[in-house]
Design a protein around this ligand. Structure first.
Ligand SMILES: Cc1ncc(COP(=O)(O)O)c(C=O)c1O
Length: 451
């Protein structure tokens, strides 16, 4: 018998009742990828309030690389809870915060001295990275990328690319932010190369902002919300080379791509670069809220005492969870597991690509893998409605997936890396059935859907 078990229609009666309460009590703004409410979770499996069991390919949007309720994380959290919950690192400091900083300093690429700041969320980490870069360089401009996502706070809204739903209605947004195209080969001029993509940065200094005003270039090593876009291997080395010549810092936003997701602790390791600053969050906390900025010691020390921090930043329970999550990645070989998951997905998805024109591109880096769906391989018109249909088919058949992409036409895999082969294959079967249901007769069905 497989892992998936559906006892009611989806959503079941208890989920529907909770959705009615949610609609009455909770702001409309937070989006739901599925209408099912969680009751418990373990490893790569979520059980809903109606007793239905789902395989989880979303991992709380990439926060559970070590799995739901990872045993080491659970034990470390229980142990910390017996000692103290919150004292505030700015009032009575504690060892856990320092231990996480030491670990991140050791894991981040580069042999130079490093320091770390802990905060609560990915957006807060990006905000702080910008503050630190500005304080160090005494410059204010930041260059970011099309299709990037960095969060929903004011500075990170400015840095995020997609207007709806992230930015529209919320302005005015902080300025001195400049955007250049990312190395998104599938949606760029044929023949584009790492060098031609990197040239966009040089061009920006001529066309939009003076290089000597720029504090930092901020990039996701693999676009997350933007659709799991993996740039050519030489791209970031070229960008960082340009930055170094101009005294500009290079910040890697590893909030989604970090902590084993791509088969390395940090995705930037695949590109052979040593960013000046790295932001982490999501899977760093093993399911608890924790985020970090890690970087060159002299840069991290630029802001004055009291200029960084926050009441809950580096919460002791989150720190205990993070140390246990890192140990889990190391001891359970989850980096190698991530690569294996990526290969298993790719092998299967390449077969789908041959079979269905809908599957435009299969791409990824280790276990951060995805497929971009299009109405035809030639025109590459984004198949947004079909993507939504597939995601709905999946949860109705016991698989939780999430979409991505500026055009909402990417199915992305953020499965906990502790998923078993049997569970992973069972999840892939559901995606295959979903594709078959949407793309049986590609041309005819597409016309019907796009009306
Ligand atoms: C690359 C990246 N940066 C920043 C963020 C914002 O993180 P948070 O939602 O924890 O604020 C996200 C969230 O998806 C992300 O993917």
């Amino acid at each position: 018998m497989g892992t998936i078990q559906l006892r009611t229609e989806i959503p079941g009666p208890r989920s529907r009742a909770l959705m009615a309460r949610r609609a009455a009590a909770v702001a409309r703004g937070p989006f739901h990828a599925t209408p099912v409410f969680a009751a418990r979770a373990e490893g790569a499996v979520i059980e809903d309030v109606d007793g239905n069991r789902f395989i989880d390919f979303a991992g709380g949007i990439g926060c559970l690389n070590t799995g739901h309720r990872a045993p080491r994380v659970m034990a470390a959290v229980r142990d910390q809870m017996e000692k103290f919950l919150h004292v505030c690192f700015s009032v009575t400091p504690y060892e856990g915060y320092i231990a996480v900083a030491e670990k991140l300093n050791a894991l981040a690429p580069g042999k130079f001295p490093k320091k770390t700041l802990l905060v609560n969320s990915g957006a807060e980490a990006v905000e702080n990275a910008v503050k630190i870069a500005r304080a160090y360089t005494k410059r204010s401009a930041v260059i970011c990328f099309e299709d990037a996502f960095h969060g929903r706070t004011f500075m990170t809204m400015s840095l995020t690319s997609k207007p709806h739903p992230y930015k529209a209605d919320f302005g005015p947004l902080p300025g001195d932010v400049y955007r250049i195209p990312f190395a998104y080969a599938y949606r760029s001029a044929p023949g584009s190369t790492a060098a031609s993509f990197a040239q966009e940065l040089e061009d920006a200094f001529k066309r939009v902002v003076a290089a000597e005003s720029v504090a930092a270039v901020l990039a996701e090593p693999v676009l997350g919300e933007g659709g799991f876009v993996v740039p050519p291997r030489e791209y970031f080395a070229l960008l960082q080379g340009i930055c170094r010549k101009r005294g500009i810092l290079f910040i890697a936003d590893e909030v989604q791509s970090g902590f084993g997701r791509t088969g390395k602790f940090f995705a930037c390791e695949h590109f052979g670069i040593e960013p000046d600053l790295i932001t982490s969050a999501k899977s760093l906390g093993g399911g608890f809220p924790l985020a970090a900025v890690t970087g060159r010691a002299e840069i991290m020390d630029a802001p004055e005492v009291g200029g960084l921090g926050g009441t809950f930043g580096g919460n002791p329970v989150s720190c205990a969870a993070a140390l246990a999550a890192i140990e889990t990645i190391e001891r359970e070989g989850l980096l190698a597991r991530s690569m294996a998951i990526g290969e298993r997905f790719e092998a299967r998805a390449r077969v789908w690509q041959k079979r269905w024109a809908l599957v435009g591109e299969v791409r990824g880096l280790g276990g951060m893998c995805a497929m971009e769906l299009v109405r035809s391989p030639e025109k590459r018109e984004p198949a947004e409605e079909e993507t939504k249909e597939i995601a709905r088919y999946c949860y109705e058949h016991g698989l939780i997936t999430i979409t991505a992409g500026t055009y909402g036409n990417v199915i992305r895999i953020l499965v906990p890396l502790v998923v078993t082969d049997a569970q992973f294959d069972e999840g892939l079967e559901v995606i295959e059935a979903a594709l078959a249901s949407v793309a049986v007769v590609p041309e005819r069905k597409q016309v019907a859907i796009s009306k």
